[in-house]
Design a protein around this ligand. Structure first.
Ligand code: KG4
Ligand code: ZN
Length: 340
């Protein structure tokens, strides 16, 4: 296999990201990753507004690709293939990336690899660690909380999932109630470092009769009820304790549910790989690493949405590459539907 230069594009939610990656046999080297988040806009609205997110991607994508090529002193004609997130995600956002990929493909007749965002999140582990298949993947992000039995880079079976909010959503919604800003996961993580995680009690939904199933929606309600009992000044003074206790409930839920999936669903010990934005959480890393012997976390720079994970996945997935002009038929899908 000769050296291939891959342009990765990620626009599934609110981060616009591009990456140039060079791949040769089993060697991968990231030339650059350029990303723009929409945090200032989201802060104003307290969350993602799909229509606005899509417009921001459209504005950002071309300058980002240009900047990435300029920085690397490359021309677009030097690129061998394009990798783009096609699902799951917000359709308007996904289309911004897909249309950029298709335009470049049409102009330069390059193939495109459509990339599953969830697979890319977990497989980003290979950018920094050596982990063999099968492994148990825990994907925790703003949109998903899923356990996957990962048999190969493109073969992942859902073995557990949340019934309502995702873990990242629990952080973000809790942060909104606490008034700490958006996205709240990172802010709560920081504030919690100086807090007492046992000071407040937030209920953990163990659902012992439903192995692998998680629920986070009750948490923010219990936080709201707690805050209703406190004055504004008290909340401000207690913020770090509230954050630490709230975060602990999310972390302990994930720990208990991981054990349950290992014992009751997959019934064997496999390496555990944790990816997605919430995998940046320092307390989650501390707890899972001490509980599970072979536990790997995706490196923080590849945890939140980024195009390096997209280019990385495509570099491993040569059989999924679609040549020009068939690649122009690629579509955006909002959901990830497991193959039967
Ligand atoms: O993977 P990601 O960038 O986007 C989705 O695919 O959803 O994840 C974003 C989520 C947000 O909910 C954010 O609050 C959370 O990841 N997050 C964190 C931390 N950093 C980001 N949650 C907890 N602790 C963190 N340090
Ligand atoms: Zn994501």
């Amino acid at each position: 296999m000769t050296k291939r230069l891959i342009l990765g594009i990620e626009t599934s939610c609110d981060d616009t990201s591009v990456c140039l990656l060079s791949a040769e046999k089993d060697q991968r080297s990231i030339i650059n990753v350029l990303s723009l988040n929409q945090d200032n806009l989201l802060m104003k609205w307290g969350g993602v507004v799909p229509e606005l997110a899509a417009r921001e991607h459209v504005k950002a994508i071309t300058p980002l690709i240009e900047a990435s090529l300029n920085q690397a002193k490359l021309e677009f004609s030097d690129i061998d293939e394009i990798a783009v997130t096609t699902h799951p995600g917000l359709v308007g956002s996904l289309l911004a990336g897909i249309n950029a990929a298709k335009t470049l493909s049409l102009f330069f007749e390059k193939p495109i690899t459509p990339v599953n965002h969830l697979f890319a999140h977990l497989e980003a582990i290979h950018l920094t660690e050596k982990v063999s298949y099968p492994y148990l993947g825990l994907l925790v992000s703003g949109g998903h909380s899923v356990f996957f039995l990962v048999k190969n880079f493109d073969d992942m079976e859902v073995v557990g999932t949340t019934l309502d909010d995702a873990a990242g959503e629990a952080f973000d919604k809790g942060g909104k109630v606490l008034g700490v800003g958006y996205p709240a996961g990172k802010i709560i993580d920081e504030l919690a470092k100086n807090g007492d995680r046992r000071k407040y009690h937030f209920p953990i939904s163990y659902m012992k009769d439903r192995p692998g199933k998680m629920s986070f929606s009750g948490l923010k309600t219990s936080l709201r009820i707690q805050l209703q009992k406190m004055s504004k000044e008290e909340i401000e003074l207690e913020k770090h304790h509230l954050c630490a206790s709230y975060q602990e409930a999310i972390v302990q839920t994930l720990k208990v549910k991981t054990s349950e999936v290992i014992e009751k669903i997959i019934s064997k010990k496999l390496p555990l790989v944790v990816g997605g934005g919430v995998a940046c959480n320092s307390r989650l890393k501390e707890v899972l690493k001490s509980e599970f012997s072979e536990c790997y976390f995706v490196a923080p720079e590849y945890c939140t949405d980024n195009a390096a994970m997209v280019a990385n996945w495509a570099s491993r997935a040569q059989t999924h590459r679609i040549n020009f002009p068939d690649c122009l038929k690629i579509e955006a899908k909002s959901r990830y539907v497991e193959k039967k």
